[in-house]
Write a protein that binds this ligand. Structure first.
Ligand code: 13P
Length: 326
């Protein structure tokens, strides 16, 4: 799935998130619009050059292309392994204002069987950690780490590869250093719980955030600083036997996300014990969705942009991306 310098495409936005992205571009947030967008992605010529697997959402895995073929089957026919988001999104963590936990372990074993019968070969679960004054709490880290480990164990039991996504958000005015401390703490806890739960590291993929300055911080770390802080954090926390590491973009611009991935490979590529790649949603979909704007006539241009941006990250995975804006 991560071979040939490819990455993953996150197209698993929940319905509220997908609608938010459509509304931001003045596209009516209907099921028809969500389906049109997802059909555009799946049928983009050459998408499989840079993408080895695509993460779907429950709504999408039940949908078909215009010719009636199920979307999961169409992806597989194009050489892209279909996966599925299986968490049920976040809810407030009790007794901990400003923190969340992810719902979804109830009934998971049964849901996994259904998704598998529909063609899914891997899964994703996202946990969210906020940085703030006094945050994250030990309770938030422990609860989310435990739930991620439980999820991963259920998936391996079902012979599905879990993507374990503990996302430390970039919202806030914290420093790069603070993000590094929190991400390190979170990843240590996640791997501790995965170990105790008997999860096989070789049969899972970690989907972490990059180590970044908070979005509202007056001091923004440069590309090389982010690359160094991120690689240092991962080398300290992620066992060498983990099957792969695929970053989320988390609100970075497409250029930022690509340049960060590129600098990690250019400067530290030989030190990395695991495949290190991308599993972006916004940082590859954004330019294409802007160009599409909900109009069928713009489909070809949007598809061209989508593959342009996915292929840039494939080049970044080899440390060979040249910044066209520099
Ligand atoms: P972004 O790349 O937009 O952060 O999305 C990745 C993802 O899967 C979030 O859960």
């Amino acid at each position: 799935m991560l071979a040939d310098n490819k990455g993953l495409l996150a197209m698993d936005e929940s319905t509220p998130t997908a609608n938010k992205r459509l509304e931001a571009r003045h596209i009516p947030p209907t099921e028809a619009a969500r389906l049109a967008w997802r059909r555009l992605i799946v049928t983009a010529p050459g998408l499989s050059e840079g993408i080895g697997g695509a993460i779907l959402y429950d709504e999408t895995i039940r949908q078909t292309l215009a010719d009636g073929s199920p979307i999961a089957k169409a992806l597989a026919d194009y050489g892209i392994i279909p996966g599925i988001k299986v968490d049920a999104s976040t809810v407030p963590l009790p007794n901990h204002s400003g923190e969340v936990m992810t719902e979804g372990p109830d009934g998971l074993r049964k849901r996994l069987q259904e998704y598998k019968s529909m063609g899914a070969r891997f899964t994703k679960w996202r946990a969210v950690i906020n940085i703030g004054s006094g945050l994250p709490s030990r309770a938030a880290i422990d609860t989310n780490a435990q739930t991620l480990a439980l999820y991963a164990a259920f998936c391996q039991e079902a012979d599905l590869v879990p993507i374990v996504e503990p996302e430390v958000l970039m919202d806030g005015d914290h420093s790069l250093q603070r993000c590094a401390e929190v991400t390190t703490e979170v990843l240590h806890s996640v791997f501790d719980r995965l170990y105790r739960m008997g999860v096989d590291y070789g049969g899972m993929i970690l989907k972490p955030n990059m180590v970044l300055s908070g979005k509202a911080s007056a001091v923004q770390a440069g590309i090389d600083e982010v690359a160094e802080a991120t690689v240092t954090c991962l080398l300290r926390t992620v066992p060498a036997s983990v099957g792969g590491v695929a970053f989320l973009s988390g609100g970075q611009t497409p250029d930022q996300a690509t340049l960060h991935l590129n600098a990690m490979h250019r400067d530290y590529g030989k030190l990395l014990p695991w495949p290190l790649t991308f599993s972006f949603s916004r940082a590859v979909q954004q330019p294409a969705m802007d160009a599409w704007a909900g109009k069928e006539a713009n489909t070809a241009e949007a598809q061209r942009l989508l593959t342009t941006y996915t292929n840039r990250n494939r080049v970044a995975r080899q440390g060979a991306y040249q910044d066209e804006t520099a």
